[in-house]
Write a protein that binds this ligand. Structure first.
Ligand SMILES: Cc1ncc(COP(=O)(O)O)c(C=O)c1O
Length: 491
């Protein structure tokens, strides 16, 4: 007999006051559920005894309904195996079910029914660069080089030894041993000054940003945003109703003097000082000091997004801004999406000591806490040295890949793409010649299986400079050559 796991029985609606007898209401309900595909051929249905007790009725109408459905060929009974939906029911019903659950693509225009103004602000232009999994998809690390076998061994070991403490509700700040491991790592690798009590585990930077927005800002308050900047940060800050103040970036990072002119009343500043997203420069020491001074004198917060600073090639890693701040103005934002893998959904915030209680409450209000299983596996991965080893080997790999992308751009594209930014991270950006439409290029590239992200949607204000962002973390050397060659034909 084809084995179909016991599925969920959709709620059975019975009307006790109706003139229609109970057994008939029940058999009608089963017929409808079977013909609409909610119950599948071969699927087990509850025994008459348990269905009667679940519905709070006598067993007699249930027995009557089952008997009738069997005689009509909707149900069949096997000794010892219980009752199930007849396997001979035509399979086109399954087709009907498939049709019902087909996932529609998200329409970028949205529907006409009323939703919040905020929801409209959150809508993004259709991301054509996500339409394929081809070369240069931004933000994807070298998943084929991740030690998956080791990781799955750790996951299964931890899953086998789940204790009541790890299965219940945990601390909104996160699993303490993981927070300790992160505090140690950040102190050594990023010169972040903190202890475990200041580390809050998140489901990634996106959530970290949202928590910052909700804890630090009231609706309508202003935030400086690097322009061009990270669209994910635009989204997260907008969910709290923040007003974004575009502040241009130049070769030294965010233009603090400009920010002070146009956004003197701002409550916070979002920056990616180690490797600006998307242009890739590092913020200069003098700009860092200028920003720290401005924030201290204007009672403003700085949200430092340090998303991929583990990977710097050619020059020693830069210290975090948090480590040089003497006024406790910086909230440091980190993620395991780049150094591990994005689907892990683990990241962290480091918050000033006097803000811990508010951040604790903010995290609790959003989704309580992150999966304990992955928090404990991640702790062991760090403690046993696998994390440091993985970062070291990825640094060499990404350096090689970056050089290969540079080389291929020089050979196939030449000066039609002016590569900018420092030698760091898993992506590089380049400007296109004036007059070229980067969104159109990205759309065209998607049709030949190349995923490049246009620069102009990362801007809030004009003038926008057209360009492309190429992620190289997840591509192989062959894909790099082939991808750049195909891209050159789209320019
Ligand atoms: C600037 C920036 N910050 C953060 C992230 C990581 O986001 P998350 O941790 O939510 O995966 C990314 C990913 O692409 C990014 O580009």
């Amino acid at each position: 007999m084809q084995r179909i796991p016991a599925g969920f029985l959709p709620p059975v609606a019975m009307d006790v006051g109706s003139d229609t007898p109970m057994y008939q209401q029940l058999s009608d309900w089963f017929r409808r559920a079977i013909s609409s595909g909610q119950l599948r051929p071969g699927q087990r249905v509850p025994s008459t005894r348990s269905l009667a007790s679940e519905l709070g009725i006598s067993r007699i109408p249930v027995l009557g309904a089952y008997e009738q459905l069997q005689s009509e060929g909707f149900l069949e009974t096997f000794t010892g195996a219980g009752t199930c939906v007849a396997r001979a029911i035509p399979s086109d019903m399954t087709i009907e079910r498939k049709r019902q659950i087909r996932v529609e693509p998200v329409a970028s225009a949205g529907g006409s029914r009323r939703t919040s103004q905020r929801a409209k602000l959150l809508r993004q232009p259709e991301p054509t660069w996500l339409a394929n999994m081809g070369a240069f998809r931004v933000g994807v690390p070298a998943l084929d080089a991740f030690p998956s076998a080791l990781w799955s061994r750790l996951v299964s070991r931890h899953a086998r030894h789940l204790s009541p403490e790890t299965m219940g509700y945990g601390d909104p700040m996160g699993h303490l041993p993981l927070r300790e491991a992160i505090a140690e790592y950040l102190g050594a690798a990023r010169a972040v000054r903190c202890d475990a009590s200041q580390v809050l585990i998140t489901t990634g930077s996106q959530q970290g940003l949202q928590i910052c927005a909700h804890v630090l800002l009231d609706a309508g308050e202003r935030v400086w945003m690097e322009d061009p900047g990270y669209p994910g940060a635009h989204q997260a800050l907008r969910t709290a109703g923040a007003e974004l103040v575009p502040v241009p970036v130049d070769a030294e990072g965010i233009d603090v003097a400009h920010g002070a002119r146009v956004g003197a009343d701002a409550r916070a500043v979002y920056i990616s000082p180690s490797h600006q997203f998307p242009l890739g420069m590092a913020m200069s020491a003098s700009r860092r000091m200028q920003l720290l001074r401005w924030a201290a004198s204007h009672d403003a917060w700085i949200i430092e997004d340090d998303y991929d600073s583990e990977y710097r090639f050619g020059s020693p890693p830069l210290s975090s801004l948090q480590g040089t701040d003497t006024n406790d103005r910086v909230i440091y934002l980190g993620t395991f999406s780049k150094v591990m893998f994005p689907a892990l959904r683990l990241g962290y915030l480091v918050v000033p000591k006097d803000l811990v209680a508010d951040f604790h409450a903010g995290r609790d209000a959003i989704d309580t806490f992150s999966s304990m299983l992955y928090q404990s596996v991640m702790t062991e991965f760090i403690r046993d040295g696998h994390f440091a080893r993985h970062i070291r080997s990825m640094r060499t790999l990404y350096m090689e890949k970056r050089a290969a992308v540079h080389d291929a751009i020089r050979r196939y594209i030449g000066d039609r793409l002016e590569v900018i930014g420092t030698e760091a991270g898993m992506q590089l950006a380049g400007y296109l010649p004036p007059g070229v439409d980067d969104v159109a290029v990205s759309r065209k590239a998607a049709t030949v299986g190349v995923s490049v992200r246009p620069l102009t949607p990362c801007y809030l204000a004009s003038p926008k400079r057209a360009g492309l962002i190429l992620g190289y973390g997840g591509v192989s050397p062959e894909q790099i050559d082939e991808g750049v060659r195909k891209l050159s034909q789209c320019l």
